[in-house]
Design a protein around this ligand. Structure first.
Ligand SMILES: [Ca+2]
Ligand SMILES: [Ca+2]
Ligand SMILES: [Ca+2]
Ligand SMILES: [Ca+2]
Length: 252
C-alpha cells in the first residue's frame, strides 16, 4: 500500500496547480534575477545600501487583469530583491501622492488600507504558500495557505513568519492630505528557514527558482472597488493563482 502513496500525492499536487476553466489561457510570466547581497542590509525602510542600488528595478506593476488592461495604473510601483544564505530581501517602491494608513493591529485585514503584498511559494507546487501584507504604518498581516481558495484552500492567520523584519519609510507626510507626498518604500527581510514548512532545508530552497507574486492594493475611491496593481498579472482579480506569479531566480 505504501508504495502507492507517493504517486498519488504527486498527482494531487499537479491537479491543485492546474489553471481553471474560465481564466485566460496564457499569461506571460516575468522573471526577476535577484543578486546576492554583498553586505549587510539594514531593515529601516531606506534603500540606501549599495546592494539595493545595484539590484535591477522590476518592471512597473500593471493591472492584475493584464499588462495591457485599461485603465493602466496611475501610480508607479516597482520592486527589487536580494538574497543571502539567511534571508530573502524585498524592497517595495511605491509612488503615492497621499500616503495613508489606519490599521495598527497585527494580522488585521491590511488590504482595507492601501497596502503592499507579497505571495511566496518557494517550491512552486501551489500548496503551502505564504502571503504577507503591510501598510504604511508597517502593520503586518501574514498567513499560510494550504492551497488556493479555488481548490478549497484555507488560510491560517495565526501562523506568523518567524523572524520576519519589515520597515517602511514615508517620503512625505502620513495621513495628511494637505500636501503632496512622493511615496513610501518598504524593506523586508524574510528568513528562508522560516519558509521551510514542507521538510526542506534552506539550501534546498535556494537551489531552485521560486514562485513569487507582488501586489499593491490602492483605494482610489473610498467606496471602492480597489485597484490591484501587480508585478505579474494573473489575468483575473485574484492573486491566489500561484502558477501565474512571477519567477524569482537566485543569481549565484
Ligand atoms: Ca535599508
Ligand atoms: Ca509550496
Ligand atoms: Ca499571522
Ligand atoms: Ca501627505
Amino acid at each position: 500500500m505504501k508504495r502507492f502513496l507517493f504517486p498519488t500525492l504527486l498527482l494531487l499536487a499537479a491537479v491543485a496547480c492546474a489553471p481553471k476553466t474560465g481564466a485566460p489561457a496564457e499569461v506571460p510570466i516575468r522573471t526577476y534575477n535577484a543578486p546576492k547581497a554583498t553586505g549587510a542590509i539594514t531593515i529601516d525602510g531606506i534603500l540606501d545600501e549599495a546592494d539595493w542600488q545595484n539590484a535591477p528595478l522590476s518592471d512597473a506593476f500593471a493591472d492584475i487583469r493584464g499588462v495591457d488592461f485599461e485603465p493602466k495604473p496611475i501610480k508607479q510601483t516597482n520592486m527589487k530583491m536580494l538574497w543571502d544564505e539567511e534571508n530573502l530581501y524585498i524592497a517595495g517602491i511605491i509612488e503615492e501622492d497621499n500616503v495613508t494608513a489606519s490599521l495598527t493591529e497585527h494580522d488585521a485585514i491590511i488590504y482595507h488600507d492601501n497596502d503592499w503584498e507579497v505571495f511566496i511559494d518557494p517550491d512552486q507546487d501551489c500548496r503551502f504558500y505564504f502571503e504577507i501584507e503591510l501598510n504604511a504604518l508597517n502593520t503586518v498581516m501574514d498567513l499560510l495557505m494550504d492551497r488556493p481558495y479555488r481548490d478549497g484552500g484555507k488560510f491560517y492567520l495565526p501562523w506568523d513568519l518567524r523572524g520576519l523584519k519589515t520597515a517602511v519609510h514615508v517620503d512625505g507626510t502620513l495621513n495628511d492630505p494637505s500636501d503632496t507626498d512622493k511615496g513610501w518604500t518598504v524593506e523586508m527581510a524574510i528568513p528562508i528557514a522560516s519558509l521551510c514548512v514542507e521538510f526542506q532545508t534552506p539550501q534546498e530552497l535556494l537551489d531552485k527558482d521560486w514562485k513569487i507574486g507582488f501586489s499593491r492594493v490602492e483605494w482610489l475611491k473610498e467606496s471602492g472597488p480597489e485597484e490591484n496593481w501587480v508585478w505579474n498579472p494573473t489575468g483575473l482579480v485574484d492573486m491566489h493563482q500561484p502558477e501565474r506569479w512571477g519567477v524569482l531566480h537566485f543569481v549565484k
